[in-house]
Ligand binder design. Structure first.
Ligand code: HEM
Length: 537
């Protein structure tokens, strides 16, 4: 939107809003001096030399030289749009979050992305997609930083640099740009078998969405909601697209990458400009907040696991409509900075070790990407709730802070004492932190790496299975190392013998046998296990 002429503390600055658009009567320097000419450097005579004193030349070139900022270390390729979220009120019994009150409308900005490719890479590659939503709520910004797949590659954030190093381009030849067709990717996922579940989602049609408008979104992690009586539930967030979930075929994806590498970006922009506003429903899977933090025997803190929707139905809580394209790609889609720690009162984190690491990572990377600690003041990142913090100074500070005492309590700036906690404050849920030894280890439940990959495979139709077989065969076929292919085939044997045999045949290799007992997982609901209904008892 149009930047307001307000400081982050809400005071008017008096300065003109920064909305330069080349349309003014005069072209000026950045200091507002009108220019006589912007096409010729100042020279000693028409044949030069060029004079060092030409400030306009130096300012213009200096600024151009620094136009690029670092691309995101992951999710570099993306596109965003503005919209509005309207709550149904169905989540009111579960959370005090004001933006989920019935009928409440909250402005949002959503950025979709691929994970691995660089900023200029093609849209329709096989990859996970980011689905990050910034809700500008009255109680502070809420960022739901999710993906189009409900599970993640690794269970612990300490492995995130490793999976990304393995999945990005090879360090020697910097290929492939964005796809998983290479040795280090398959080396990693066959050695770190917790990644097998996410990998089969990638090899399925979910890895090549038709459009951003036809993708589901998932918060992946389990979050904790708290209501006005202090009662908590555990939840998983889901976005369900109104248009349904659709994918490209592999052949379509290949053609599109060549003919229109901006296919998804263009589709989002064109749809909104044409008034065909993309819509999603936000839904919750709701689980009782028990000390075990499991549901139907599945560990809710393990981000490589889903809870089948047959067991815990997704219950709609609101609707998202994207209805406005960005005015300026850089100012909005590029400078937006999401963070899982941006939570309104009523929504809290859990101990999922991947989530906990992410809470550190995003601030840290944005400090570099957006050059200093004040990126929260960039227009797209400004909260719509009033800000009154004690953060001061730093690179690119935009605010002119009044007062003399940025500390509390103080006796100089009318620093009134806190009521504790003040009305509407974010209060951390006082969950018990168990007395346990300090160790580097996972819960035993994290050791099951194959059963849900098998569940996924068994839930696929024949044509979807064929696509999955073809994807594994193509991607593994690009590997140079035979040992890597063989190790991945051994993993496939632990998912399903038919899948393994078909891919092995495609690669011209023998199919290994499973090393674990394959269980035919039945996701049909036992009534006693069906997810908590609303309102909770
Ligand atoms: C960026 C999702 C795990 C580090 C992103 C973005 C999304 C996302 C959607 C793009 C945000 C944007 O559009 O600007 C996820 C999901 C994860 C996950 C769903 C797992 C469930 C992790 C982990 C780490 C991490 C474990 C690190 C420990 C980053 C970083 C960025 C990023 C550094 C770039 C942020 C920026 O430059 O603004 N992630 N991510 N992510 N993610 Fe994750």
């Amino acid at each position: 939107g149009t930047p307001e002429t307000r400081t982050p503390t809400g005071e008017k600055t008096g300065a003109a809003p920064i909305t330069h658009s080349q349309r003014g009567k005069f072209l000026t320097t950045a200091q507002g001096a009108r220019l006589q000419d912007t096409d010729h450097s100042l020279k000693a005579g028409p044949r030069g030399p060029v004079l060092l004193q030409d400030h306009h030349l130096r300012e213009k070139i200096m600024h151009f030289d620094h136009e690029r900022i670092p691309e995101r270390v992951v999710h570099a390729r993306g596109a965003g749009a503005h919209g509005v979220f309207t709550a149904y009120g169905t989540a009111e019994p579960l959370t005090v979050a004001g933006f989920l009150r019935k009928g409440r409308e909250t402005p949002v900005f959503v950025r979709f992305s691929t994970v691995l490719g660089s900023r200029g890479s093609a849209d329709t590659v096989r990859d996970t997609r980011g689905f990050a939503t910034k809700f500008y709520t009255d109680e502070g910004t809420f960022d739901l930083v999710g993906n189009n797949m409900p599970v993640f590659f690794v269970q612990d954030a300490i492995k995130f640099p490793d999976i990304i190093h393995a999945a990005k381009w090879h360090p020697d030849r910097e290929i492939p740009q964005a796809q998983s067709a290479h040795d280090t990717f398959w080396d990693f996922v066959s050695l770190h078998t917790e990644a097998q579940h996410h990998t089969i989602w990638n090899m399925s049609d979910r890895g090549i969405p038709r459009s951003y408008r036809t993708m589901e979104g998932f918060g992946v992690h389990t979050f904790r909601l708290v209501n006005d009586e202090g009662v908590t539930v555990l939840v998983k967030f889901h976005w369900k697209p109104k248009l349904g979930v659709h994918s490209l075929t592999w052949e379509e994806a290949q053609l599109t990458s060549g003919v229109d590498p901006d296919f998804h970006r263009r589709d989002l922009y064109d749809a909104i400009e044409a008034g065909a506003f993309p819509e999603w429903e936000l839904g919750l899977q709701v689980f009782p907040d028990t000390p075990e933090e499991t549901f139907a025997g599945i560990d809710l803190l393990d981000p490589t696991k889903i809870i089948p929707e047959e067991l815990a139905p997704v219950q709609p809580v609101g609707k998202l409509v994207l209805n406005r394209t960005p005015t300026n790609f850089f100012a909005e889609s590029e400078q937006v900075a999401f963070h899982l720690g941006h939570l309104p009162p009523g929504i809290d984190v859990t101990n999922d070790p991947l989530l906990q690491g992410r809470l550190f990572s995003y601030l840290d990377t944005q400090l570099t990407r957006l050059a200093g600690p004040n990126f929260g003041q960039i227009p797209i990142n400004r909260p719509h709730a009033p800000v009154n913090d004690m953060l001061r100074d730093g690179f690119h500070q935009q605010a002119v802070h009044g007062g003399v005492a940025p500390y509390r309590p103080n006796s100089l700036d009318g620093g009134n004492p806190f009521t504790s906690p003040p009305e509407g404050a974010f209060v951390d849920v006082p969950v018990t932190v168990t007395e346990a030894p300090k160790i580097r280890a996972n819960p035993v439940s994290f050791d099951d790496h194959f059963s849900q990959a098998r569940l996924f495979w068994l839930s696929m139709s024949p044509v979807e299975r064929e696509h999955i077989i073809n994807a594994y065969t193509f991607e593994l076929g690009k590997c140079y190392e035979q040992a890597v292919k063989e190790r991945q085939l051994a993993c496939l044997a632990n998912i399903d013998p038919v899948l393994c045999a078909e891919v092995a045949a495609g690669l011209g290799l023998p199919a290994p046998a499973a090393t674990i007992d394959l269980v035919d997982v039945d996701p049909s609901p036992a009534l006693s296990q069906v997810g908590q209904q609303w309102p909770p008892d």
